[in-house]
Design a protein around this ligand. Structure first.
Ligand code: ACO
Length: 325
């Protein structure tokens, strides 16, 4: 029996031109380059300038992915944007992107999985493709978290940046995909009882305003390392893959210490981990596709490489995904 797989046929990214270094931030925030680097690994972040929106970033990343995949806008029939910072309360950011890239025949919607949103979007797209409800899916993580920052809260405002990353997935059967490329599996879970340790303190039905990020950093840190390790181990076990079989770990880029904690628990070599947090900071749902595209363009990741992703975000919601690129 032939099986359908969701294969990545193009990647893209976009970062706003405005780079804000730790030193620049320290001109207005009571912090220092050394504190930020020591606790997080972050050296700089990109922030949008006036008028730039989440869908603008997403559309640029999408255009690059379409160019690499050699596709026209209407070759895509599903557009999913993972974001916690959409342009408007409604309609979805994805419909804004659909219009901006000139797609007129697809279904576009957003998913809300905070920093784990890209994995949720990947999971949903894979279900559409393997159930033959779509043929080609554009999956984007895009965020303008700079607008959700309380610049008087130094424990959060130094952590985040803006950006977008995109992938295009195509449903391919065994004859088109003899080497078994594609998404192998996604493991995800959430726990709504942990709302208080990471959330934005507003929304349409509460304050009527967007709100700002509130976080109990130490608690998030503890949950991140234990939950991500458990999910990664469960995914590897389910598909009978040992950590040494992996070519790459591409984690959510929240904090170098969380990434390092994961790497040690999985006993992975340092050179198998893609790290972009020093230059991008935490771009929430955009961080994994941004890091993936970065590594593809750097010539590190090649067709056929076995990749593990992992991410955790406000909810809490967390998980891992295994794929052959
Ligand atoms: N600059 C200088 N000093 C600071 C800053 C800052 N930006 N922020 C806090 N401090 C001070 C605090 O006031 C405190 O001072 P005190 O000892 O005089 O009271 C001291 O530094 C230590 O503060 P802590 O909050 O205990 O610092 P901690 O070591 O926990 O590091 C951090 C904070 C980096 C947020 C850490 O908890 C962490 O990495 N948590 C993980 C959360 C995360 O990465 N979240 C991202 C979003 S969620 C996600 O994507 C997974």
């Amino acid at each position: 029996m032939t099986s359908l797989k969701s294969v990545i046929i193009g990647t893209g990214s976009y970062l706003p031109e405005n780079i804000v270094t730790n030193e620049k931030l320290a001109e207005t925030v009571d912090t220092s380059h050394d504190w930020i680097v020591e606790r997080t690994g972050i050296h700089q972040r990109h922030f949008v300038t006036e008028g730039q929106t989440t869908s603008d970033l997403a559309a640029e990343a999408a255009k690059e992915a379409m160019e690499i995949a050699n596709l026209k806008p209407n070759d895509i029939d599903l557009i999913i944007v993972a974001t916690a910072s959409p342009d408007y309360t409604f309609p979805s950011c994805a419909t804004r992107v659909q219009h901006k890239i000139g797609n007129t025949n697809g279904l576009a919607f957003d998913v809300a999985g905070a920093c784990a949103g890209y994995l949720v979007a990947l999971n949903v797209a894979d279900s559409f493709l393997r159930l033959k409800k779509a043929k080609r899916a554009l999956v984007i993580g895009s965020e303008v978290f700079s607008k959700l920052l309380d610049m008087s809260d130094r424990s959060t405002c130094v952590l985040f940046g803006d950006g977008a990353g995109a992938v295009i997935l195509e449903a391919q059967d065994d004859s088109q995909n003899p080497n078994g490329r594609g998404l192998i599996g996604v493991d995800m879970q959430s726990d709504g009882s942990t709302f208080n340790i990471l959330h934005a303190d507003g929304g349409p039905s509460t304050t009527g305003k967007t709100g700002k990020i509130r976080m109990v950093g130490k608690e998030v840190f503890k949950h991140a390392v234990t939950k991500l390790t458990a999910s990664a181990e469960s995914t590897l076990k389910k598909y009978n893959v040992s950590p040494e079989d992996l070519d790459w770990l591409i984690p959510h880029q929240a904090n170098i210490r969380i990434i390092e904690g994961m790497r040690r628990k999985l006993k992975l070599d340092e050179d198998k981990v893609i790290v972009t947090v020093p230059k991008h900071a935490n771009t929430s749902a955009a961080s994994i596709p941004l890091a993936l595209h970065d590594a593809v363009m750097a010539g590190k990741i090649k067709k056929g490489d076995l990749i593990l992703h992992e991410a955790i975000g406000g909810g809490l919601i967390w998980g891992s995904a295994l794929l052959r690129f």
